[in-house]
Design a protein around this ligand. Structure first.
Ligand code: VG1
Ligand code: CO
Length: 543
């Protein structure tokens, strides 16, 4: 066995997006492709000599083989040790926790999150820093630059290690510690939530369904909900992580988790339903007959988090991504705490969490989290909801009705146009920018435009700035529409249209969201000409 240096050429297009590098699995499987990117990560963080890294992924196709490659390369690059989830499994929030708990130099998380998995689907890899969070933009920029100049990478010719055996082994002098992926994460959850109250909830007949969507949260949810908290066996469904997620989209929203939605809207609905995504950082919350949008969920959690022991002292502040609805802003205003608006992607919350400026963060895309880790955390959100349900004695529908009565309702929806030709999507955005000066004052049906601009962000902690983070058009009614191009897709461009309107009339708080938003939807089309630009009659996905 020996360390080998392999000459390589720069590989085009290894540019990390919203959340690391995502490509078709077969692209990652090409000779030298993964290796190039891993070496660029290592070099981009000033090498890994004597460093400790956490390594794990969501179990999708190629996860196991990619981990073997990463371990050989870490050893050849002089790393001291790697902490690896058994069978290569770690949810994104569990990896974030392990990085923090062990004071490591960061970690490599293998996932394309909610994108489908399999040999013909998607794969991804991201580096998280020593704070446990996704690398900041200047780090991913550096990594990308290195992919363009790389001439060699380092690996070993050592044999694969057995990822199924808990314990310690070595690769070329580097220690590899294989751990149970659930234990540390479950212990962290127990420090935040009232597990006694949750046991009492289930013992009292409360029933839920957790749909793990054949992805990484299955083992976590089974261990915590069923084995620790006493939820009946079978509460967690689709609980075994599969390399292709059973052929589905592990994206917890009413479209992809429609079986759960059907159950929760039907006559035999249990009290509570939840789902998580491929890598376990997203969540869907649905009560009996009551879907909760991610933006509303963030607002309710911000309003009531103090009911859980981990947040009993209150919140220092909250943060949301720009396209996320303003529902949480109203809660923050009432509580007199700071509320931050960041670009899309969890990496932008890291500094606020590290600085103690925000306790809870959330995104409209079903991501909610807190300062307990530096990633969004699906199962955490589910447990916080359960804790609030247990402490308040109310149902999800009652909590939502109370919330809207107190704060008003931010009707919200996102319309996605997937796999649009990149130049057409770019042209749509360019045409929108050209209208910034002329739109204010123009009327579209009952709506009048108040403002039009492109979001940019100056990080209040380190002063770095990020531009081009989404086009927003505000209406005098308080409603708005945001246009953004996705940074996680692997084919063509995905145009995301985020729609929001604010309602306080008690008689209009319980409408269908698409109906309530119809004037905003019509204005978005009139302003952006989505049909003309894309040739599409309707969005592919409405959430
Ligand atoms: C999407 C979501 C964004 C989220 C990102 C990563 O990005 O909109 O809110 O942070 O996915 O989530 P984009 O650029 O496609 O809109 V995950 O769970 O896929 O790591
Ligand atoms: Co995810």
């Amino acid at each position: 066995m020996a360390r080998i240096t392999v000459p390589t050429q720069p590989i085009a297009g290894q540019k990390p997006g919203t959340s690391g590098l995502r490509k078709k699995t077969r692209v990652f499987m090409q000779p030298h492709y993964l290796e190039n990117y891993v070496q660029a990560i290592f070099d981009g963080i000033n090498g890994v000599e004597q460093k400790v890294l956490v390594v794990g992924g969501d179990g999708r196709f190629f996860n196991d083989r990619a981990i073997q490659t990463i371990l050989r390369m870490a050893a050849a690059n002089g790393a001291k040790s790697c902490i690896v989830g058994q069978n290569g499994i770690l949810s994104t929030p569990a990896a974030s926790h392990l990085i923090r708990k062990n004071g490591t130099d960061g970690g490599l998380i293998l996932s394309a999150s909610h994108n489908p998995g399999g040999e013909d689907e998607d794969f991804g890899l991201k580096y998280n820093g020593p704070n446990g969070g996704p690398a900041a933009e200047h780090v991913t920029d550096e990594i990308y630059a290195l992919t363009q100049t790389l001439s060699e990478y380092h690996t070993t010719d050592s044999a694969d290690i057995d990822l199924s055996q808990i314990g310690t082994t070595t690769v070329e002098g580097m220690t590899v510690t294989i751990i149970d992926p659930v234990t540390d994460y479950a212990a962290l959850m127990e420090t935040l939530f009232d597990f006694e109250a949750l046991r009492g909830l289930f013992a009292g007949g409360f029933r839920m369904r957790f749909d793990a969507m054949h992805a990484v949260t299955g083992p976590y949810a089974k261990a915590i909900l069923e084995e620790t908290l006493g939820a009946p066996a079978g509460t967690v469904v689709n609980a075994t992580p599969l390399p292709d997620f059973g052929g589905g989209h592990p994206d917890p929203n009413p479209i992809w988790a429609h079986e759960l939605m059907d159950l929760m809207m039907g006559a035999d609905a249990p009290d509570f339903g939840a789902a998580s995504d491929g890598d376990g950082d997203r969540n869907m919350i649905v009560g009996r007959g009551q879907y909760v949008t991610p933006s509303d969920s963030l607002a309710v959690l911000a309003a009531l988090a103090h009911l859980a022991p981990g947040y009993a002292a209150g919140l220092s502040g909250v943060a949301r991504s720009m396209p996320t609805s303003g529902a949480v802003d109203r809660v923050a205003a009432k509580k007199g705490i700071e509320c931050f608006e960041t670009p899309t992607g969890w990496k932008f919350f890291g500094n606020l969490l590290d600085a103690g400026r925000a306790t809870l963060c959330g995104e409209e895309s079903a991501g909610t989290g807190s300062n307990h880790v530096r990633e969004k955390d699906g199962l955490w959100a589910v447990l916080l909801w359960l804790n609030i349900l247990a402490a308040s004695g109310k149902s999800v529908a009652e909590l939502m009705a109370d919330h809207w009565a107190e704060y008003g309702r931010n009707y919200y929806s996102r319309h996605d146009y997937e796999d649009v030709e990149a130049d057409k999507a770019a042209a749509l955005m360019t045409d929108l920018r050209a209208q910034f000066a002329t739109l204010p004052g123009q009327s579209f049906g009952p709506l009048t435009v108040a403002s039009a601009d492109e979001f940019s962000y100056d990080d209040p902690v380190d002063g770095s700035s990020s531009t081009g983070q989404g086009i927003r058009i505000g209406f005098t009614s308080g409603g708005r529409v945001v246009f953004r191009i996705s940074g996680t897709g692997t084919v063509g461009a995905t145009i995301r249209v985020y729609l929001e309107d604010y309602e306080t009339d008690p008689a209009k708080l319980h409408r269908d969201a698409q109906e309530a938003l119809a004037p905003i939807i019509a204005a978005a089309e009139a302003i952006a000409g989505i049909r003309a630009h894309t040739g599409r009659d309707a969005p592919n996905v409405i959430t």
